[in-house]
Structure formats: structure tokens, C-alpha cells
Design a protein around this ligand. Structure first.
Ligand code: CU
Length: 147
């Protein structure tokens, strides 16, 4: 249990950069709660479908990820530095507490809510799975933030 908790702490640290990159400016939106658009992503044969997504700058999106495979996967959204860090790291558990990062166990549907910045410094992001071998196999997709 102690080791498990330690792993999740590491996940939090790793995720901080993503939060800063993806959500920082979204926190400053004025007014009431923004509308949330749902985008469905399916995982089948270790591929994301669709493999290309578009979102609007400043919008809040709930990604629902349905893993129809009999093996575990994950959905990790971020820029290339995030993907490189996740690929190099040993963190295999994403409990959904970090926007854009969630584990998708075999046969389950999970979700994560991301608020995109109104003026993204990095409009081209990717989503990927970093369980051993999956990224190299090509388990990734591309997300464009439209301004
Ligand atoms: Cu995978």
C-alpha cells in the first residue's frame, strides 16, 4: 500500500507540467461553469480511434476512452516533452486526478476532463499509451487546438 501511494505521488509530480501546459490559462475564464463537450475515443487492437482530434481554444472537453481490448492501456495527452517523459518513466498508474492522463484497464470506459488554454502556446498535442511497447507500436494520436 505504501509503495502504491508513493507511485501515485510520482504520477502527480510528472503530471504537473501537463497541467501547466494544458490547463493553466483555462483557470482564468470569467463567468459561470463552461459547457463541457464530450469526445469519445475508442481503443481497439492497440490503436486510438479517431487518431486525429480537434478542439477549440478555451473549451472544456470530457474525453471518454473505451478500451475494447483484453489488455490494459492508457490515455496520456500532452506535448512531446510530456510524451517523452512518460515513455522514459516507470509510472504505470494514472488515477484520473491529472487532467488528460488516465489509465484505461482492459474492457472499461474511463474519462478525463481537460480545459484547453484560450491562447495555447503549443497548439499541437498528442495522446498516447506508454505501457511497455505500445508507443513504439504506434499507439498515439494527434490533437489540434484551433484558435
Ligand atoms: Cu496501450
Amino acid at each position: 500500500m505504501t509503495a502504491h501511494r508513493h507511485g501515485r505521488s510520482a504520477a502527480g509530480l510528472l503530471g504537473l507540467a501537463l497541467v501547466a501546459a494544458v490547463s493553466l490559462q483555462g483557470c482564468s475564464s470569467a463567468g459561470g461553469a463552461p459547457a463541457v463537450r464530450t469526445v469519445a475515443v475508442t481503443i481497439h487492437y492497440s490503436h486510438f480511434s479517431p487518431a486525429r482530434l480537434g478542439v477549440a481554444a478555451g473549451e472544456t472537453v470530457r474525453f471518454t476512452i473505451t478500451n475494447s481490448d483484453p489488455i490494459d492501456h492508457e490515455f496520456i495527452l500532452g506535448d512531446q516533452s510530456v510524451q517523452d517523459r512518460e515513455e522514459a518513466g516507470t509510472d504505470r498508474i494514472h488515477d484520473g486526478s491529472i487532467p488528460g492522463m488516465v489509465s484505461a484497464p482492459a474492457g472499461t470506459t474511463v474519462s478525463t476532463v481537460v480545459t484547453f488554454p484560450p491562447h495555447p502556446a503549443q497548439p499541437s498535442l498528442t495522446y498516447a499509451c506508454h505501457l511497455p511497447g505500445h508507443y513504439a507500436y504506434g499507439m498515439r494520436g494527434w490533437l489540434q487546438i484551433r484558435s
